[in-house]
Design a protein around this ligand. Structure first.
Ligand code: SDX
Length: 428
């Protein structure tokens, strides 16, 4: 069967460009030889139309609001699976058999402890340091302690580093929270689930036995599942780009954490709850809708819109249902949830949002649940980073294992000064 191509017509004649087909989703035009054949670059700042890699991990259909992890729909995984199982799925490509899941969970639980000296890193931060600043610093510092898992050419070392990162993120995040409130760190307790262990390290105190609330444990675990991976988003692309230079996995994940922190990306969950609190009352919603539509006002509805989803983010649907469930089961009410529901209703019936296909995304409702569980807003993005680490690690492993992988090195459209001679300061 002849390879499919598209033809590019230039002043020098027609150039055939190979068309590559995936298992589902848009075909891609292979432009790897484009500069060699045409002497021209393609131009796509923000990568709105660019596939940066091949991947078999996560598929998103933005128009139909579909999200698949290794082919499994996110709503099914959120309802029927759990974070350890989804972590295995993302890393290894298939749902584990019970024995595989037990071994994986056991391995992860045995890597949850941090090298004791890493605790001293926290003492170098102010107590009011943003948890994401601590996460960037401490995760990057892991490479100074785990030299036996930094050789990226060794699959065994890559696997150990992957396990260590997935296992230690809850410990690091819980310690960041404890440090911010001046409470002592709690060591991991391996008889608990991954998520139960995290909740105890976060909310437990040495003086008391901490009983994991199953409602909260299930909600937290589902939130981790919903945040686990999401194709080639900004922070995942950052991890891949850092990894393409051969940087060690701990440094790559620290780079991903830094990128996730931005309010346009993972920082939106913190910004969304702060926005909902600032609105405070459904009567003030029209004022904020007007601001969001005003070109001269930099304000945006945080937790709304998405580069890929031009339909409802399937994770947002599950998140809203979970928010309703958690508040009901904990017998809590939160006026912010009423504001969120009404804001969504008004926005989704407003021509501006309809025309621009702006829907709630994963960050719009997550803060309501995290707040109900007891997290301060500053911790929200750290929780996103905790969950997304398994996606980053899976994508990093996929990239490193790709024999065609090269260092990422984009070019540019140069619009600066053309060559000119130096002028001594006396003559300027
Ligand atoms: C995440 O990529 C991923 O997969 C990310 C993520 C993941 O799991 O990894 O899904 C997680 O980051 C979710 C997104 C969280 N960010 C926010 O909620 C912040 C608010 N939303 C945005 O700033 C914005 O929607 C982005 C950044 C998410 C997407 O921006 P794009 O795709 O670059 O779109 P754009 O900025 O060009 O906006 C298109 C138009 C613009 O109007 P025009 O210039 O065309 O007139 O829509 C408007 C924007 O002004 N717009 C909004 C808006 N988002 C876009 N207007 C008001 N409120 C908003 N939230």
């Amino acid at each position: 069967m002849t390879a499919k191509t598209v033809k590019l017509t230039t002043e020098g004649g027609e150039i055939p460009l190979p068309l590559l087909e995936g298992s589902v989703g848009p075909d891609v035009v292979d432009i790897r030889k484009f500069y060699a054949d045409t002497g021209k670059f393609t131009y796509d700042p923000g990568f709105t139309s660019t596939a940066s890699c091949q991947s078999a991990i996560t598929y998103i259909d933005g128009d139909d609001g579909i999200l698949l992890h290794r082919g499994y729909p996110i709503d099914q995984l959120a309802e029927k699976s759990n974070f350890m199982e989804v972590a295995y799925l993302l890393l290894h490509g298939d749902l584990p058999k019970q024995k595989e899941l037990d071994e994986f969970s056991y391995t992860i639980s045995r890597h949850t402890m941090l090298h004791e000296q890493l605790a001293t890193f926290y003492r170098g931060f102010r107590r009011d340091a943003h948890p994401m600043a601590i996460m960037c610093g401490v995760v990057g510092a892991l490479s100074a302690f785990y030299h036996d898992s930094t050789d990226i050419t060794d699959p065994q070392q890559r696997l150990i580093a992957s396990h260590r990162l997935i296992a230690k993120m809850p410990t690091i995040a819980a310690m960041a929270f404890k440090y911010s409130i001046g409470q002592p760190f709690l060591y991991p307790q391996n008889n608990l689930s991954y998520t139960g262990n995290f909740l105890r390290m976060t909310f437990g105190v040495p003086a008391e036995t901490y009983d994991v609330n199953p409602i909260i444990e299930k909600a937290m675990d589902r939130i981790f599942v919903l945040h686990a991976d999401h194709e080639q988003n900004a922070s995942t692309s950052t991890v891949r780009l850092a990894g393409s230079s051969g940087a060690n996995p701990f440094a790559c994940i620290a780079a991903g954490i830094a990128c996730l922190w931005g309010p346009a990306h993972g920082g939106a969950n913190e910004a969304a709850l702060n926005m909902l609190r600032e609105i405070g009352d459904v009567k003030r919603i029209p004022e904020y809708i007007a601001r969001a539509k005003d070109k001269n006002d930099p304000f945006r509805l945080m937790g709304f819109g998405h580069r890929v989803y031009k339909n409802y983010d399937p994770r947002a649907k599950v998140m809203q249902q979970t928010a309703e469930e958690v508040l009901k089961e904990l017998k809590l009410t939160d006026p912010v949830l009423d504001v969120a529901r009404e804001l969504e209703h008004i926005a989704l019936n407003d021509a501006y949002f309809i025309d621009k296909k702006l829907y709630p995304n994963v960050d719009f409702y997550s803060g309501v649940i995290l707040n109900a569980i007891g997290f301060p807003t500053e911790m929200f993005t750290a929780l996103f980073a905790l969950a997304r680490t398994v996606g980053w690690v899976a994508q990093w492993n996929e990239m490193i294992s790709d024999p065609e992988q090269k260092i990422g090195r984009p070019r540019q459209l140069y619009v600066g000064a053309t060559q000119r001679d130096y002028v001594p300061v006396k003559e300027r």
